[in-house]
Design a protein. Structure first.
Length: 168
């Protein structure tokens, strides 16, 4: 069974095998978690992303999928980039958000990662309500057995509380 831990803090400061990035499909940089990862991880991550785009991801990474690169100068072996869905009030995109967690774990597990740190995917610029984003994250990871430990790294108290409520 996968152990689930909650940390309040900055994802880019974690020491784990794999850090998951809430990327956008271009893989060529953005704000939020993505900007923080590239800032702290250095240019090697972006170079890897460019290589992936040039090789088999010409159109970018589809929503709900995941791909790994080097972690550059971060204290991890890999960054797993996944593209969360933009929240929609008229269309249920929960399956895509669950897929981000599942696919990130699959990719990390295939590489041999035992510990994986996640942000609250889609709950920033992509507008997913935090409570629901936390529910989908915790349910999906709890149903998975790919890695030994998943750490959700929550930036603020509200996010931390939303995840803690799901674990209670
Ligand atoms: P998305 O585009 O998938 O919504 P964002 O990067 O905008 O992704 O935000 C995802 C979540 O990560 C938000 O809840 C945001 O507050 C949080 N976040 C932003 N920077 C960090 C960080 N350095 N560490 C952990 N969480 C972060």
């Amino acid at each position: 069974m996968t152990a689930i831990e909650l940390v309040r803090g900055d994802l880019t400061r974690e020491s784990v095998d794999a850090i998951v990035n809430a990327a956008n499909s271009s893989l060529l940089g953005g704000g939020g978690v993505d900007g923080a990862i590239h800032r702290r991880g250095g240019p090697a991550i972006l170079e890897d992303c460019r290589r992936l785009r040039a090789a088999h991801l010409g159109k970018g990474l589809p929503t709900g999928q995941a791909v790994a690169t080097t972690a550059g100068e971060l204290d991890a072996r890999w960054v797993v980039h996944t593209v969360g869905p933009v929240f929609s009030a008229t269309e249920d995109r929960s399956g895509l958000l669950a897929s981000c967690y599942r696919e990130s774990l699959r990719v990390a597990g295939e590489l041999g990662a035992r510990t994986v740190a996640f942000p609250a995917i889609s709950t920033g610029v992509y507008g997913w309500p935090m409570d629901d984003g936390a529910r989908i994250a915790v349910e999906t990871v709890a149903a998975d057995t790919t890695v030994e430990e998943v750490r959700f790294v929550l930036f603020d108290e509200r996010a931390y509380e939303a995840f803690a409520a799901q674990l209670r």
